[in-house]
Design a binder for this molecule. Structure first.
Ligand SMILES: [Zn+2]
Ligand SMILES: [Zn+2]
Length: 92
């Protein structure tokens, strides 16, 4: 049941690093999310994009919109949560 993601490898790797690699920081403003634990707001479609607040999520929405479907696909392909996947990303 191989699944092909329609995206070149460089883009895929950089997106993986961006969304799944450096955990613990808001994608919009870079604020640490540690204090929020699992309650940090995340994108409802892919759950890969995390933010310190709903406002940051809204501010980042336009940028994320072009990545969201791909993030969702990556999550679907790997079928593991983002934190566990981060362990498989070789460049952090
Ligand atoms: Zn933020
Ligand atoms: Zn998303």
């Amino acid at each position: 049941m191989a699944k092909v993601i329609d995206c070149d490898l460089d883009t895929l790797l950089s997106l993986s690093h961006y969304y799944f690699g450096p955990h613990g920081a808001c994608l919009q403003c870079g604020a640490p999310l540690g204090g929020l634990g699992g309650s940090a707001p995340c994108c409802p479609s892919c759950s890969a994009a995390r933010y310190c607040s709903g406002a940051c999520g809204n501010a980042h929405a336009a940028t994320h919109a072009s990545h969201c479907a791909l993030c969702a696909e990556l999550c679907d392909v790997l079928r593991i949560d983002a934190d566990r996947w981060a362990a498989y990303v070789p460049f952090r």
